[in-house]
Design a protein around this ligand. Sequence first.
Ligand SMILES: Nc1nc2c(c(=O)[nH]1)N[C@H]1C(S)=C(S)[C@@H](COP(=O)(O)OP(=O)(O)OC[C@H]3O[C@@H](n4cnc5c(=O)[nH]c(N)nc54)[C@H](O)[C@@H]3O)O[C@H]1N2
Ligand SMILES: Nc1nc2c(c(=O)[nH]1)N[C@H]1C(S)=C(S)[C@@H](COP(=O)(O)OP(=O)(O)OC[C@H]3O[C@@H](n4cnc5c(=O)[nH]c(N)nc54)[C@H](O)[C@@H]3O)O[C@H]1N2
Ligand code: SF4
Ligand SMILES: [Mo]
Length: 748
Amino acid sequence: MSSRRDFIKISALGVGSTTVLASAARFGFGSPLEDILGLPKDEFPSFKRYPTYCEVCFWKCAGWTHVDMDGRIRKITGNIEDPQCNGRLCPRGTGGVGMYNDKDRLKKPLIRVSRNGEQTYREASWDEALDLVAGKMKTLAKKYGPESMALFNHGSSGHYFTHLLNAFGSGNIAAPSYAQCRGPREVGFETTFGDSVGSPEVTDIRDTRCLVLIGSHIGENMHNGQVQEMSDAIDKGAVIITVDPRLSTAASKSKFWLPIKPATDIALLLSWIHVLIYDNLYNKAYVEKYTEGFSQLKDHVKDMTPEWAYGITTIAPDVIRATAREMADAAPSVIVHPGRHVTWYGDDVQRSRAIAILNALLGSWGQRGGFFFREGFKLPDYPCPSYPTPSWSWKETLNGRYPLAKMAVTNAFVESSIPETGKEHIIRGWIVSGTNLTIAMPLKESLMRAVQSLELLVVVDTMPMEITGFADVVFPECTYLERYDDLRDSPHREPTIALRMPAAEPSYETKPAWWIARQLGLKLGLDAWFNYKDYKEVLDWQLRQVGSSLEEMEKVGVKRLKRTKGPLYIGEGEDYSFRTPSGKIQLWSKELADAGFDAIPSYTPHPEPPDGYYRLIYGRAPMHTFSRTANNPNLVALMPENSVWVNPKVAKLWGLIKDQKVWLKNQDGVISTFPIKVRITERIRWDSVYMVHGFGHHHKPLTNAYGRGVNDTEMITRVMTDPVMGGTGMRGNFITFIKEDPRKEAIS
Ligand SMILES: Nc1nc2c(c(=O)[nH]1)N[C@H]1C(S)=C(S)[C@@H](COP(=O)(O)OP(=O)(O)OC[C@H]3O[C@@H](n4cnc5c(=O)[nH]c(N)nc54)[C@H](O)[C@@H]3O)O[C@H]1N2
Ligand SMILES: Nc1nc2c(c(=O)[nH]1)N[C@H]1C(S)=C(S)[C@@H](COP(=O)(O)OP(=O)(O)OC[C@H]3O[C@@H](n4cnc5c(=O)[nH]c(N)nc54)[C@H](O)[C@@H]3O)O[C@H]1N2
Ligand code: SF4
Ligand SMILES: [Mo]
């Protein structure tokens, strides 16, 4: 087992200990132990290594799992051939061994039973648990049709259960990574450029001369390749402009930090557009050749001067002008970053549109140092019959709302799972895999009503996370270090494929998701869709179609391929047709207008915190991924709990002192289950408080995570839903402090 000491040694040495790593270490990167210590590679002659790609977050860095002579997984390092990580993992990726070692892992299938009138779980054999689920799925299909089954997923396991449900006759598949994360951004960019930003993002940070971050907190948001590229760009003299009510790590490396009043970004963006147009700073050749709707845009922003925006955003007019000029000076090698988690205030598609429009005026889409054209490698699908056509799909759960949603909306599924809402199409059973819905989704009340209404709830997870406590049946998946999974084929500057293979046998009685889905498929009579015994057969078949093999990939882990679909950028003056209805970039969007929305973004004010309350904003910490790492012993050692960031002015007003524990209460009277430590810092505006998402677990089996800090989701009871695509804006909640234990008061 990797001990805590080993791990801490790795990260401590990783900071600034080698010149090669100097810049990446700025953001806390570790590096292969051998490199840091300068040891010959055969210092660990008994270590074997197996290729993998990381599952600690969805950047999916490719790496190697190292196993000692006793077959124990000891460490994970990056694969130097992988353009998504360049041989370096972030602290979470290095700490991934903790997911394997976690003593609280799910170990056996569990079935909910009633004992002496009380519900509990009992351990079951795989066969019994699978039979139970398949039997219930058959009953639901007979009673209500196969469409009554839905899947909520995130991560690698999603594909196998998607395949299962598609073969079963349901297309009802949703992920919080859309309506609670990047959905509005994809719609905002698609309606402008005809293309989404995707993952990894198509931002050409490597060669940029100016990077503008609107909230997006790269450096705490540790998406590996992006962080490395940003660090290199800083070394090459790129100007960083960060707009954030909090002095984020990125803001601290920036030439300009704009501590904006939260919820007012659209006003700033419109005033930047105003300056670019009315000060003649925009890229005229690009705009003339590739865009349409310029004159409407010009009219629209006529009065949206920096002076106008100052009154709304608190950012001084000269700063707005100076930063607009920096962008124009760097254009087209400039990126106004689209962000990733963008479900903030319910007008998020429009904010993303404003960001896209700004990029269009600067001419950065399709340009070096702006946005590149990605290319992926499409692996052929393993042969199977075509899927049956469902009689209704996720679109029907929208009931005519969210017309531009391109994927299922989790919150609409939740509503459709509550029969009393009187919907025509009702969902009766869920499979939940790789997503801890109770922490990922706001609106706990409707989530709980849905959970109580379901006739079947199956959870597939590696850990006893909160959502598992609601399941009828829990299937324990083995960790990513113990299994084969689909080849990673995410598009990037060059296409690559990466393999994940097991470095050890699955611990306890855990199984890979592909196996679980296949067993259910066989029990449901869907054999034709699962025509293999081992997923290795699927991978080898796919690889052989493209001139490789599993044997080759097991040696190299990553294979880089040549681009075949054209260059990374648009050539100078080249004709180019965007994938919009007219082939031009839409500064004025017909698609939005036709659907009844603003064709050009406008600023609308949002509610302000009442007296004595502060806006709750949240984000990431470099050493954790949402709630998925909250119990990981290696990462808990680095950061055991979150704290609430409070401005000194506010701390003084409330008489708060450093590290004091307080409870939080929100505008609807909801009080946090646990207290949280106060961090007093000038790095946050006085009107807001900040905390890292993913803490405050209330599930006791999570022995490292239980009761540590506050769960931000618990405090988010007001949600502003984006009418364009259904994203749940979560930053309109206000909290105040309670200094004494509120439960004690209630008792006395
Ligand atoms: N309040 C609030 N809500 C948010 C956010 C926020 O910042 N604040 N962020 C939003 C964003 S950006 C996103 S993308 C979503 C993410 O939300 P989720 O998709 O729910 O992400 P995680 O919290 O990582 O939950 C992942 C679950 O997967 C399990 N898991 C880990 N590895 C495996 C595996 O190999 N197999 C299986 N089957 N399960 C595994 C974990 O134990 C955990 O239960 O949350 C969104 N919700
Ligand atoms: N270490 C780590 N890295 C991660 C993840 C993780 O869990 N851990 N998750 C990954 C995922 S799935 C996602 S989606 C991304 C999310 O990462 P980002 O897209 O970077 O996250 P955001 O939530 O948009 O940004 C959070 C920042 O927004 C600021 N902010 C809050 N309100 C406002 C506002 O009104 N205006 C402005 N301008 N700023 C505001 C906060 O102070 C904070 O610094 O991170 C990814 N990377
Ligand atoms: S960024 Fe870190 S956690 Fe995410 S995939 Fe890469 S190494 Fe893993
Ligand atoms: Mo996300």
